[in-house]
Design a protein around this ligand. Structure first.
Ligand code: GLN
Length: 280
């Protein structure tokens, strides 16, 4: 067993050294060189790791600040920048597709996209369809209410039909809130599903729902951008964010995990996060 592990470690080390070397070689010329040592080693062992060689197609839903959003016609955010760094390490060109959140897992599963990165929580149900990379961030589900709301704690959230909850459809906020009371939810009938978190927040402002359940960082962005709202001082659920990749594409999964490990170790991820999220 020990031997297997040390062989695996040696292979992993060789692989990352090789990727680092390739990366340094190509910092000024990301995609055009196809005959570097790195490319030779990748193709020798794996063929192309992505649908189109040299292109890493990421599916996201760019309405989830500060992880992904559009600013001045450009994609921006933590996930966008981390994905850019991963692509650089793999010597690939990053291409971003902005689609509905609920279509990301299916599109990755069928090979339409190479990976999904969208502040996406690792769940058992999603793991039945796709693999996830190692986690690169913690997500917390929180509750947004009107500033003058009678709801002041999680205990005030009722499942007796007197309250409606707004969520972004197909997110974990939706999945958990729509669940039965026995399983910690409020029942499907009490949940109104919106296309984006921003739409759910607009419904809250219009008084159509009593609370919005959503990830903490976008919640902060939405509350900052709209007056009269607040976030309850409580964690509704704590989750791990990771990148989803098709089950059969273990080569890309390994490469992304290696890249993430390097980016964590050299402080790149912390630096990107700090750019978008101020420490409290
Ligand atoms: N973290 C939540 C989920 O994975 C929401 C992600 C999102 O809306 N982009 O379901």
């Amino acid at each position: 067993m020990k031997k297997v592990i040390s062989v695996l470690m040696a292979v992993a080390m060789l692989f990352s050294v090789c990727m680092l070397a390739g990366c340094t070689d190509n910092t000024t010329n990301n995609n055009e060189e196809t005959s570097t040592d790195e490319d030779v080693s990748l193709t020798a062992t794996s063929g192309s790791m992505t649908a189109t060689e040299g292109v890493l197609v990421m599916a996201t839903n760019a309405a989830f600040p500060p992880y992904e959003y559009v600013e001045g016609g450009e994609f921006a955010g933590i996930d966008v920048e981390i994905a850019g760094e991963i692509a650089k390490k793999l010597n690939m060109k990053l291409e971003i597709k902005d689609i509905e959140f609920g279509s990301i897992v299916g599109g990755v599963q069928t090979g339409k996209f190479d990976m999904g990165m969208a502040g996406m929580t690792v769940t058992d149900e999603r793991l039945e369809s796709v693999n996830f990379s190692t986690s690169y961030a913690t997500g917390i589900q929180v509750v947004i209410v009107a500033e003058d709301s009678a709801i002041t704690s999680l205990d005030d959230l009722k499942a007796d039909g007197s309250m409606k909850y707004g969520v972004q459809q197909d997110t974990t906020g939706d999945i958990y809130a729509s669940d039965t009371v026995e399983k910690g939810g409020y029942g499907e009938d009490n949940v109104i599903r919106y296309k984006t978190g921003a739409d759910a927040v607009q419904a809250l402002i219009a008084g159509k729902v009593d609370a919005v359940i959503i990830d903490n960082e976008p919640a902060k962005s939405f509350v900052a951008a709209n007056s009269g709202l607040k976030i309850l001082d409580a964690e509704w659920a704590v989750e791990d964010y990771a990148i989803c990749i098709a089950k059969e594409n273990s080569k890309l999964l390994d490469a992304v995990n290696n890249a993430l490990a390097d980016l964590k170790a050299d402080g790149t991820i912390d630096k990107i996060v700090a750019k978008y999220i101020s420490a409290e």
